[in-house]
Design a protein around this ligand. Structure first.
Ligand code: ADP
Ligand code: MG
Length: 228
């Protein structure tokens, strides 16, 4: 128990540091992106490097978002939001990456769906992390299925199923551990932050996987009684 506590304190300090660094990086990064876009518009010899530069800046941005969440997970603004819109936004953000890798995303919405109480920005980050992981697991392309439905009239259930490399049984336990990654340019922050945000929403994250076949990630989020 003592060790557990020390581990927690250590993580809290790392989290605060990560958030502080993330915060400092954010402003210069956003001006860098703005000027890159401006330069792209003005440059008569505009070329294919600009979109790559902007894309890489966006990648840093999403890492910074993950870092910033670690130090202050309680800053959540709950508002009524449409899960359909959140999923649609996520897919629009990840579409380019999916296309590049020959991945198609199929959504099945069992609507009409009630609104959920959530922090829209944080939930977008959750689904961007999960969809990106699914895409990154499918180096040979394939299909991702996203199902959204109400479960037993009291929970929103979002299932993300991929046809990727899958995860070894013994590695499932490592998921969400800080900095656990099997990718050469991974951060191992995505699932940790994802899990934290879902817990802050009083939801659940469940991951099942078969090596070589694919992975299914289930997110459940509470919906208010009487909403439906
Ligand atoms: P990162 O994506 O930076 O590696 P994450 O926390 O998002 O960090 O994921 C941690 C690890 O979990 C990944 O490196 C990968 O090994 C595994 N993983 C997560 N999602 C999937 C998935 N859909 N299919 C296969 N492996 C996955
Ligand atoms: Mg990831």
């Amino acid at each position: 128990v003592h060790e557990d506590l020390r581990q927690k304190e250590k993580l809290a300090v790392i989290g605060q540091m990560a958030a502080a660094i993330g915060h400092e990086i954010r402003n210069p990064l956003s001006s860098l992106k703005g000027f890159t876009q401006l330069q792209q518009e003005r440059d008569p010899n505009s070329n294919e490097y600009y979109p790559i530069m902007i894309q890489e800046i966006d990648r840093i941005n999403s890492i910074v978002d993950d870092l910033m969440y670690l130090g202050k997970p309680k800053e959540i603004k709950f508002e009524k939001d449409s899960i359909e819109e959140i999923i649609a936004y996520t897919l629009s953000i990840t579409q380019q990456q999916a296309e590049r890798q020959g991945v198609t995303v199929v959504t099945l919405i069992a609507g009409p769906l009630p609104p959920i109480d959530c922090d829209e920005k944080q939930l977008k980050q959750v689904f961007i992390n999960l969809i990106k992981n699914a895409i990154e697991s499918m180096s040979n392309g394939g299909e991702i299925r996203v199902h959204v439905k109400v479960h037993e009239q009291k929970k929103m259930l979002i299932e993300i199923q991929d046809e990727g490399c899958g995860i070894e049984d013994e590695d499932i336990l490592n998921l969400g551990e800080p900095f656990y990654t099997t990718k050469k340019d991974g951060t191992g922050l995505g699932l940790m932050v994802t899990n934290q945000i879902i817990q802050d929403h009083h939801g659940k994250l469940k991951i099942e996987s078969t090596l070589g076949k694919g992975t299914q990630v289930n997110v459940t989020l509470p919906i208010k009684q009487g909403n439906y």
